[in-house]
Design a binder for this molecule. Structure first.
Ligand SMILES: Cc1cc2nc3c(=O)[nH]c(=O)nc-3n(C[C@H](O)[C@H](O)[C@H](O)COP(=O)(O)OP(=O)(O)OC[C@H]3O[C@@H](n4cnc5c(N)ncnc54)[C@H](O)[C@@H]3O)c2cc1C
Length: 378
């Protein structure tokens, strides 16, 4: 098979995972515990306790294996947010030596998988424009965070939140910084987005902060955009390595549907254009994996890959939607009536939005080609 069952030489055991049944309402305590348990069990394999403890190629392979095995995009997004956005930002920028005890213990708990983390940038007026955020940090003693974040993954399970907020230093321009907060603080209010919706296994909520204490400023004053972009480079690579595993499972289902159709009625040649479309999607999948592996190799040699991570994100989300759409069509009425098919299509659509929309990734890639905001060329 062109699409393997497993990637990597090591036979890493992946914790048991039972995807939620689409269409149910609300996140029960059992489901929250199940996700927290999965995070704690996979941490040793995926994170290993620190930033460079596990080779990046191994991490990409494990994420792909989880996606291939579970087919659960919600799980992949929850893991991606925790490990490749929040944990990466904390490990690179939190400056362990200077932390207050509460911050230090929360970060240690996140790093070893005892607690789950969220990563909160998006606000009401345009998640694509990160310069428009209004959540603010009061520069006075104690640093209270006030404002509202929207559509934040893992909220409901996460104990720790990395929150991007505007701040003014005396006599300076307003600037965006990143702050660690305890999401169980009484000043935090959570507004869950209950299913039915995309990515049902990933807790998703809006959060309101009302003078919530910042336990630590992560990175320097004004370093928020840099931290955000650094985290997104890793999230877009390794979350989407997992989502490629999901897309590859869907492609295997497509091949099985076509095989069944061919044996039922050889004259149909397995749904006319189906094999051609499958071949095209499979070729794209193979190219996506090679790109992810090469970005991971760069990360292993400590090179930045901001632009190529955006390419990974766009290519894999297009592949996911293409695979889910072809599979639904090949299933005929089942594809239009079975909740699993709707969920795959909805999740595929959502992958063009979270982690920065397709249009935003295109703008980043164009910038990498020297196309600037003012319209200049290279
Ligand atoms: C399942 C899920 C999980 C999420 N998890 C998180 C999370 O953990 N943390 C977090 O901070 N956010 C999270 N988000 C929010 C996500 O990052 C935003 O939804 C996304 O950045 C888009 O923002 P928006 O929804 O406000 O859309 P908008 O920014 O309003 O965009 C709407 C449309 O306009 C287009 N558009 C906007 N600006 C431009 C432009 N300049 N040029 C061309 N087109 C443009 C966009 O591409 C899009 O098609 C999540 C979203 C989802 C769906």
């Amino acid at each position: 098979m062109l699409i393997p069952d497993h990637r990597g030489l090591k036979d890493t055991s992946i914790p048991a995972w039972n995807p939620r049944t689409p269409g149910r309402t609300g996140h029960g305590a059992d489901e929250r515990t199940h996700l927290a348990q999965f995070v704690s069990e996979i941490t040793g394999i995926l994170w290993g306790g620190e930033w460079r403890a596990v080779p990046w190629l191994d991490r990409a392979q494990v994420m792909w294996n989880i996606g291939r095995r579970t087919r659960d995009q919600g799980l992949i997004v929850a893991l991606g947010t925790h490990f490749w956005a929040a944990n990466v930002a904390l490990a690179r920028f939190a400056g362990a030596g200077r932390l207050e005890p509460h911050a230090a213990s929360l970060i240690a708990d996140v790093s070893c998988g005892r607690e789950v983390a969220a990563f909160a940038m998006t606000e009401e007026n345009g998640g694509s424009n990160t310069t428009s955020i209004t959540t603010a940090v009061d520069g006075a003693a104690g640093k209270g965070v006030t404002g509202r974040k929207r559509y934040i993954s893992n909220v409901g399970v996460a104990a720790a939140g990395l929150v991007f907020a505007v701040e003014r230093s005396p006599g300076a321009e307003k600037s965006v910084s990143c702050h660690l907060v305890d999401l169980s603080d009484p000043s935090v209010t959570i507004f869950p987005h209950s299913p039915p919706r995309a990515l049902v296994s990933c807790p998703l909520a809006d959060i309101a902060f009302s003078g919530t204490p910042s336990l630590a400023q992560v990175g320097q004053f004004g370093q928020g955009p840099f931290i955000f972009n650094a985290a997104m480079e890793f999230e877009r690579t390794y979350m989407f390595a997992g989502l490629l595993g999901v897309a590859d499972s869907l492609l295997c289902d497509v091949a099985a549907e076509l095989g069944r159709a061919r044996s039922r009625d050889p004259g149909l040649n397995g749904f006319a254009g189906g094999p051609t479309e499958l071949a095209d999607l499979t070729a794209r999948s193979m190219a996506c994996w090679e790109l992810i592996a090469s970005v991971a190799a760069s990360h292993d040699s400590r090179q930045r890959e901001y632009y190529r991570a955006s390419a990974v994100k766009n290519l894999v989300s297009g592949l996911l939607l293409g695979s889910a759409s072809l599979l639904a069509r090949l299933r005929g009425a089942r594809g239009a009536t079975e909740p699993a098919s709707w969920q795959q299509l909805l999740d595929g659509h959502a992958s063009a939005t979270f982690s920065g929309t397709t249009e935003i990734q295109n703008m980043i890639i164009a910038r990498g080609m020297g196309i600037t905001r003012s319209g200049g060329g290279a």
